[in-house]
Design a protein around this ligand. Structure first.
Ligand code: SIN
Length: 540
């Protein structure tokens, strides 16, 4: 299967193509340059768009006094609820501090304490203060700024903006040989073209737009994961969609990207309360309001159901100088008529992060030679069933460097592109909102066989809404459709509750499900397979 698209009208060549300009894409591009290879960096909107700049809380790394990679590992494994790949977690936590130092050397400036040390805060699931932050709650924006400047200063990185990547180009023996892409440009680079290369790194961020409400920006339509699926690569753990517990509730009719209220607000003392102004997290978990994210989201959802409400509240009035510590959050609350220093903040869970993605090894290699994935697009196994807060920017920093090293060792050149025989496929743009509603209704915080089967039936109905009208909207809608279907299939198959996958009909975790669900497309059909954990976590 491939996207219906006009034939490529122009061709470029590069040693490596990196798709995406968040922390994962920018880091990988810069690290590849340190091996002296040429890079084309393709980004869907402008280079400073994407999820990274929205990240508030920060970057987790064992840098504080008394902290250690081993403590960070234990917290990551606990959050991951038995499905973490131990090798990937060890890489993440041990290489993390050095990756953060590299980022600081590239110019990123983090907030300091009164003694001049890097200030560290705490978020859900962490037993220590280990979250670096910048601009109070604008960490992603600062990380982006520093990396973008380094990319823009490097003449060996060519940036192509307003470019939606479409499909992989493959050799006869199914190695990557390039990508096709659509560029809204001018002159010789307008419309569909292709880039020939020996290595493609997909770092397209998340797929939050599969749901009606998400913390992800509009560009997060999972283009990289969908491309990899169509190319025949394996994806894994896609049932584990993380719902952020505290997203500013703007009413049920508010769709698309919603304002995030960082977990760091709870890290600094805010508490969750229900409609009777009662704290409820202390009874639900020993870490109370700072329990792992899946547990807080589930408990909020339960309170909402008990009280028949569409949101609960976050009480942050105890935080002194809220507007200075959390300027971005303060501003977005004020814009919606809420003053966090005086008012309770209405919050509800919304889709936030895909813990799964393109299945990769410890060097970011997918199951297709030459095709790599990094950051949220990838499933390294480091997050298991539920990513620990602030491990996502860290993953992009750590694995971006490993991918660059691997490419430098194994890059193939002058590969011959095979004639593409895959069947073109395109879903009508009109189906986008329907897909989002189906997913929000049936595949949210709490799922069941009934809700999932209904979602699957409705997606099967949508699969017939095809079109020949190729364009950005229909390409993105097709990507959303494929990912929605993959998520539903895995969620239906996993008959247990673990991490961010909660089944009403199977409320507990079961050892039988200490396996990873991998999927791939074979002749246009999803094939789903149970795969043993490679380095199984010792925690359940
Ligand atoms: C947050 O600040 O709560 C989000 C950070 C993350 O997703 O790790």
């Amino acid at each position: 299967m491939k996207l219906s698209a006009p034939p490529a009208g122009w061709t470029l060549k590069s040693d490596v193509v990196v798709v995406g300009s968040g922390v994962a894409g920018l880091t990988t591009a810069l690290q590849i340059r340190s091996h002296n290879l040429s890079v084309i960096l393709v980004t869907k909107s402008t280079i400073d768009e994407g999820s990274t700049k929205w990240a508030q809380g920060g970057i987790a790394a064992a840098l504080g006094p008394g902290d250690s990679p081993s403590d960070h590992k234990n917290d990551t494994l606990t959050a991951g609820a038995g499905l973490c790949d131990l090798g990937a977690v060890e890489v993440l936590v041990t290489e993390g501090p050095e990756a953060v130092r590299r980022l600081i050397a590239r110019g990123a400036v983090f907030d300091k304490s009164e003694t001049g040390e890097i200030a560290l805060t705490r978020e859900g699931g962490h037993l220590r203060d280990r979250i670096l932050h910048a601009g109070g709650d604008a960490t992603g924006a600062e990380v982006s700024r520093a990396l973008l400047k380094a990319v823009q200063d490097d003449p060996g990185i060519e940036v192509i903006e307003h470019a939606l990547v479409l499909d992989a180009l493959l050799t006869e023996d199914l190695q990557i040989a390039g990508v096709t892409l659509h560029v809204i440009g001018e002159g010789s680079r307008d419309g569909v073209g292709q880039i020939e290369t020996g290595a493609v790194v997909l770092a397209t961020g998340g797929l939050g737009q599969v749901f009606s409400q998400t913390t992800n920006p509009a560009v997060s339509t999972g283009d990289g994961v969908a491309l990899a699926l169509r190319a025949g690569a394996k994806i894994a753990d896609v049932e584990f969609i993380q719902f952020h517990p505290t997203v500013l509730f703007l009413g049920n009719r508010s769709k698309g990207q919603q304002p995030l209220i960082s977990e760091a607000v709870r890290g600094e003392g805010a508490i969750l309360v229900n409609g009777k102004n009662e704290r409820f997290m202390s009874a639900a978990h020993p870490l109370a309001d700072l329990a792992p994210r899946d547990i807080v989201a589930r408990e909020i959802f339960r309170q909402m159901e008990l009280e028949k409400r569409d949101h609960i509240w976050l009480d942050a009035r105890s935080i002194i100088k809220f507007s200075e510590r959390f300027p971005t959050i303060y501003q977005s609350c004020i814009e919606h008529g809420i003053d966090p220093s005086k008012d309770l903040i209405p919050v509800a869970p919304a889709s936030h992060y895909a813990s799964g993605g393109i299945r990769v090894d410890l060097n970011g290699r997918s199951s297709i030679p030459g095709l790599y994935a990094c950051g949220e697009t990838a499933c390294t196994g480091a997050h298991g069933a539920n990513r620990l807060a602030s491990n996502s920017l860290l993953e992009g920093l750590v694995f971006g460097a490993r991918i660059a090293f691997d490419i430098a060792l194994s890059l193939k050149r002058d590969l011959e592109i095979n004639n593409d025989q895959r069947t073109p496929f395109l879903i009508d743009t009109q189906a986008r909102q329907e897909i989002q509603e189906i997913m929000t209704q049936g595949v949210g915080v709490l799922r069941s066989k009934e809700s999932l089967e209904k979602a699957l039936q409705e997606l099967d109905r949508i699969s017939k809404k095809t079109t020949t009208d190729a364009g950005i909207d229909s390409w993105e809608t097709t990507n959303l459709f494929l990912l929605a279907k993959a998520i539903v299939l895995s969620a239906l198959m996993r008959e247990e509750s673990r991490g961010s996958h909660r089944r009403e009909d199977f409320p507990g975790a079961q050892d039988r499900w200490l396996i990873r669900l991998e999927q791939k497309l074979v002749n246009g059909e999803f094939v789903i397979k149970e795969s043993p954990l490679t380095f199984q976590s010792r925690e359940k």
